[in-house]
Design a protein around this ligand. Structure first.
Ligand SMILES: Cc1cc2nc3c(=O)[nH]c(=O)nc-3n(C[C@H](O)[C@H](O)[C@H](O)COP(=O)(O)OP(=O)(O)OC[C@H]3O[C@@H](n4cnc5c(N)ncnc54)[C@H](O)[C@@H]3O)c2cc1C
Length: 226
């Protein structure tokens, strides 16, 4: 349950002494020569930092301040998802059902999550009749009882997609710059792995060999090789 996970993570950060500045929009990263020195908030406040982790999802490549060559390519990939509920309580299905185009996740209270569309529509985040129709059509072919469920919520999100569909986790091209973005369809699933890798990177530990696959600097190397 991603909402419960996010709330638990926020509480864990605060219990560990971290400070969360909710609803504070970062306008730009501040840079001194070839080092990132902090961030500037939209209201103008400067927050100096030895290390900055860019984890702004689909918006990660839009932050001002970085030279274009130091940015990681991330684009928005729209996803529509339905939260449904069964007024008769749980029991329609007891485990996650996957079809080629949709999935249904039961919650203990008779709620269900039916997801998810994958749409290349730029920054458009409007819920659409077509998106909802296709999700219900695809899943109801396998579980007709879905048609009896009540619609609780239509959710729309923008996933951070990358050119190779892999995330970017670890140090960037400038001193003090780190990335944790581009998780596309698996950002919730990859939370523990991302946290382990970021923690190691921030204290300067060597990263495991497999982490080269998610090295944020791979895009610059590809560009240089062209
Ligand atoms: C419909 C749908 C279904 C999904 N299902 C799954 C699933 O089943 N399993 C799974 O693992 N993943 C799933 N995902 C993918 C998952 O949600 C993403 O991979 C994950 O949310 C990416 O996390 P993130 O923190 O990088 O980005 P986000 O969750 O997008 O968070 C980025 C945050 O940065 C904030 N931000 C942006 N710009 C700024 C700024 N300038 N200043 C301050 N804050 C800023 C945004 O407001 C946002 O809160 C799904 C996504 C969608 C849309």
């Amino acid at each position: 349950e991603p909402r419960a996970l996010a709330a638990a993570l926020a509480e864990a950060v605060e219990r560990a002494g971290g400070v969360i500045r909710a609803r504070s929009r970062v306008q730009a990263l501040t840079v001194d020569r070839d080092r990132v020195t902090g961030v500037r908030l939209a209201g103008g406040e400067l927050l100096p930092a030895d290390s900055v982790v860019v984890a702004a999802g689909a918006w990660s490549a839009k932050l001002e301040g970085l030279p274009v060559s130091a940015r990681v390519p991330v684009r928005p990939v729209k996803g529509q998802i339905l939260r449904l509920r069964d007024p008769r309580g749980p029991g329609l299905v007891n485990r996650t059902i996957r079809t080629p185009d949709a999935y249904l996740v039961p919650r203990p209270d008779g709620g269900y999550v039916l997801g998810a569309s994958v749409e290349e529509r730029g920054w458009d985040s409007a819920p659409t009749a077509g998106g909802v129709f296709e999700l219900i059509r695809d899943l109801s072919e396998v579980i007709p009882g879905v048609l009896e469920l009540e619609i609780g919520e239509i959710g729309v999100g923008l996933r951070p997609g990358s050119p190779d569909n892999l995330p970017s986790i670890g140090p960037g091209l400038m001193a003090g710059l780190h990335w944790a973005t581009g998780h596309y369809r698996n950002g919730i699933l990859l939370t523990p792995l991302t946290a382990d890798l970021m923690a190691a990177a921030l204290v300067g530990e060597p990263l495991p060999e497999w982490a080269t696959a998610v090295d944020p600097r791979r895009f610059a190397r590809l560009e240089a090789a062209r």
